[in-house]
Design a protein around this ligand. Structure first.
Ligand code: PLP
Ligand code: SF4
Length: 418
């Protein structure tokens, strides 16, 4: 398959491909796509059951919906005079919290140079946002990285060179992991990826052990690992990482078991595994897409069958169409619990539901009753302050809360990270 993508500029061509998509639907998508990310690959179009597209999880994953906007905002956009559209778009976007939970914090610095394309939040892991990986093969309409795709440049992380980053890692012996992230780093050419990897390998940093790649390419464009013109070079680079003594951790984003069903994705998974890389899986839990324990149970079972390791279930961040995708913590925990209780121990490696908040990753690990009081049992899976990791703490049970800032401590007067 040759990659082809549709975005807001080419959306008018879609009805030729999807014959039964009503004109009004296209118009609504077009309006919502002024605000939310929209891009779909030909491969993803084929994953959608177009006869029942309204309820199709993949349709909802990639096509922004009218309901994602407040009714008044939708109307304002729909009726906007041409010379005011940009202003209205900007105003609506700014209300959607485009830069949640301190993505601009923890920017490392070495020799007086700020490494704008990286982020060092947890001692062991440094995130690297390669400049060429700041897009994806298709876009998730819930994505919190959307300012990067929608051209608000002041918010864009970018970094041209890796040398300064390598100097920084050398100077910080606690760093064991470098995580290539984006966007999707698998969008970049194998040549550029190899340039980064060669620089890292050549630097022979003794404390660096793990190279991670965060990617949704297996779900959005598995042919990246099969038949793109540089697929083999990419896989060879993976193998080189492993052969050089690093663990290559491919962190695959899968939101639904439907993304695991094609021959292409299965072949791509095998090709990656053959290089010696281990694929771990993660996804946010999202209303309208995967908010049921059956979906997660089936997805985790299938992932394990395909040799992958379920890793994280995330709570969606407080950004974008949060209300549309929102799942309360109580419900997310129940879904996690119901699903995990039905899978083999091999799939019980997955942790969550977890909130990536400013102080760290906070998971709901139980609902309990202590001295007659119903509580959430919380646990920090990752913390800026590592001494807080794995200490259970308690919040008052709240059926509706969907983020840590809506919870109140159950017994103390503040949370352990405050
Ligand atoms: C999740 C996350 C990591 C990786 O954490 P692990 O628990 O080691 O997988 C690193 N940086 C940030 C900002 C994260 O959110
Ligand atoms: S693949 Fe990741 S970065 Fe890309 S749109 Fe989806 S969530 Fe955002």
């Amino acid at each position: 398959m040759t990659y082809k993508a549709y975005n807001i500029k080419s959306i008018k061509k879609l009805p030729q491909i999807i014959k039964n998509l009503p004109k009004e639907e296209i118009e609504n998508i077009e309006i919502a796509a002024k605000i939310f990310p929209f891009k779909v690959s030909n491969y993803v179009l084929d994953l959608i059951d177009w006869k029942n597209y309204k309820d199709d999880p993949i349709f909802r994953l990639v096509f922004p919906q009218k309901e994602m906007l407040k009714e008044e905002d939708f109307k304002r956009l729909k009726n906007a005079p041409p010379d005011e559209v940009d202003k209205i778009i900007y105003e609506i976007r700014m209300k959607l919290n485009p830069h949640p939970a301190g993505q601009k914090e923890n920017i490392p610095e070495i020799n007086g140079i700020k490494l704008a394309g990286s982020q060092h939040k947890y001692k062991e892991t440094i995130l690297f946002f390669p400049r060429q990986g700041q897009t994806c093969h298709a876009y998730c309409s819930f994505c919190f990285r959307w300012p990067q795709f929608t051209g608000i440049n002041e918010l864009k992380f970018a970094m041209k060179e890796i040398e300064a980053l390598i100097e920084y890692i050398k100077a910080h012996p606690t760093i064991t992991d470098i995580l290539f992230t984006g966007g999707d780093p698998m969008v970049m050419s194998a040549k550029i990826f190899k340039t980064y990897i060669d620089a890292i390998i050549d630097a022979k940093i003794p404390h660096l052990q793990n190279i991670r790649i965060g990617s949704k390419a297996l779900a959005f464009w598995p042919y990246r690992f099969i038949s793109d013109s540089d697929s083999q070079e990419l896989l060879d680079t993976f193998k080189k990482i492993v052969d050089s003594g690093y663990h290559l951790a491919f962190m695959a984003h899968f939101s639904h078991y439907k993304e695991l069903e094609t021959d292409a994705v299965k072949e791509a998974i095998k090709n990656i595994q053959k290089t010696g890389a281990i694929i771990r899986t993660q996804s946010p839990i999202l209303n309208h897409i995967n908010a049921s324990s059956e979906v997660w149970e089936k997805m985790w079972k299938e992932q394990v069958r395909l040799g992958m390791v379920p890793y994280y279930m995330f709570m969606p961040r407080d950004t974008g169409a949060k209300e549309y995708f929102d799942v309360p913590l109580a419900k997310a925990y129940k879904i996690y619990k119901d699903a995990i209780s039905k899978v083999s121990g091999l799939a019980r490696t997955v942790r969550g539901p977890s909130m990536s908040a400013a102080p760290g990753k906070i998971a709901v690990t139980g609902v309990s009753e202590i001295n007659g009081k119903k509580v959430f049992v919380l646990n920090m899976l990752q913390a800026k302050n590592p001494s807080l990791v794995n200490i259970p703490f308690f919040a008052k049970y709240d059926e509706k809360a969907s983020w840590i800032d809506e919870l109140k401590p159950a017994f103390a007067n503040k949370f352990i990270f405050e």
